[in-house]
Write a protein that binds this ligand. Structure first.
Ligand SMILES: C[S@@+](CC[C@H](N)C(=O)[O-])C[C@H]1O[C@@H](n2cnc3c(N)ncnc32)[C@H](O)[C@@H]1O
Length: 292
């Protein structure tokens, strides 16, 4: 590995830019929306039964787009019931965006929001110190478990916080996605940061099995349009490539042989499909629903 390659996570602001670019160029949030429309109502059908308030905990809620979709489904299921939505999110930038979104969204009158600027393990430690283990009716961890050091301990802790009829929803890249293949093949040659783990639904379900925690797993198709990555000097492509390789400025810092291999592989059928002149990377997602 060339010493000049740096993990994308060492530059938080670039990470957020890359993530936004990824959202703009992928069906990530559309895929989640489809799940929220079709599957979520059944999943949350009983979480608030016989409760005067529904408590929702969002871990790594980001800018809140998906969180608000979840909240709207809970509102439909339990009209008028008060909702307490707490968000554990270490990025001040993301929290600011989340607050902006809440401020400009209508129909949130029965929802109380609170944001905690901390990581899931900081939240866990704070709760353990307080010895005040609050129970939750719905906990979600959406595209964030990559950044948690001890995933089994985290799953065990949050599972222990589930109230009667409560559920956890985890969204993570699928074992069938191009991500798994990319990480397996190139992970050892990319700058590794102990802040980011190459985990997919395959690893997650193995961990849950080991912990004896019951779950259901659904897979949905999603793609990321990476065509711009193959246009020299394209800024959009550079950001997407950084996101794919989790490397800051991959294009200008990667050794030429590694770059050539990755650029070639990204166009191969095991990673992407070619459609209407576009290169679409396999971004399939897994939705894992854990029961109390
Ligand atoms: C890929 S984004 C996903 C955001 C949002 N859930 C979505 O799907 O749009 C990952 C989020 O997890 C947050 N994050 C990173 N490490 C975390 C940790 N240890 N605990 C909680 N959140 C974390 C990041 O700041 C970021 O907002």
């Amino acid at each position: 590995m060339a010493s000049s390659m740096r993990s994308l996570f060492s530059d938080h602001s670039r990470y957020v830019d890359c993530f936004r670019k990824f959202l703009d160029n992928s069906t990530e949030h559309q895929c989640m929306q489809e799940f929220m429309d079709k599957k979520l109502p059944g999943i949350i059908a009983r979480i608030g039964d016989k409760k005067s308030e529904i408590k929702i905990l969002s871990i790594g809620g980001g800018a809140g787009e998906i969180d608000l979709q979840i909240l709207s489904k809970v509102q439909v299921q339990y009209p008028g019931v008060h909702i307490n939505n707490e968000v554990v999110e270490p990025s001040a930038e993301q929290i600011a965006k989340y607050k902006e979104l809440v401020a400009k969204t209508s129909n949130l009158e029965n929802i109380k929001f609170a944001w905690h600027k901390e990581t899931s393990s900081e939240y866990q430690n704070r709760m353990m110190e307080k010895k005040e283990l609050q129970e939750w009716d719905f906990i979600h961890m959406i595209q964030m478990l990559y950044y948690v050091k001890d995933i089994p301990a985290t799953l065990k802790f949050f599972h222990s916080l589930l109230a009667t009829n409560a559920k956890i929803l985890i969204i993570i890249v699928s074992g069938t996605s191009g991500w798994r293949k990319l990480w397996k093949k190139y992970g050892p040659r990319l700058p590794r940061d102990d802040l980011c783990l190459y985990v997919t639904s395959v690893d997650l379900t193995q961990m849950l099995d080991k912990l004896g925690i019951k779950y259901e797993c659904y897979d949905l198709l999603s793609t990321m349009d990476i065509s711009d990555c193959f246009i020299d000097g394209n800024e959009n492509g550079d950001l997407l490539l950084d996101f794919l390789t989790e490397t800051c400025n991959f294009n200008s810092t990667a050794p030429p042989d590694l770059k050539a291999e990755i650029m070639k592989d990204l166009q191969e059928p095991e990673f992407s499909i070619k459609k209407e002149g576009k290169v679409l990377f396999n971004n399939n997602l897994s939705f894992i629903v854990v029961e109390a």
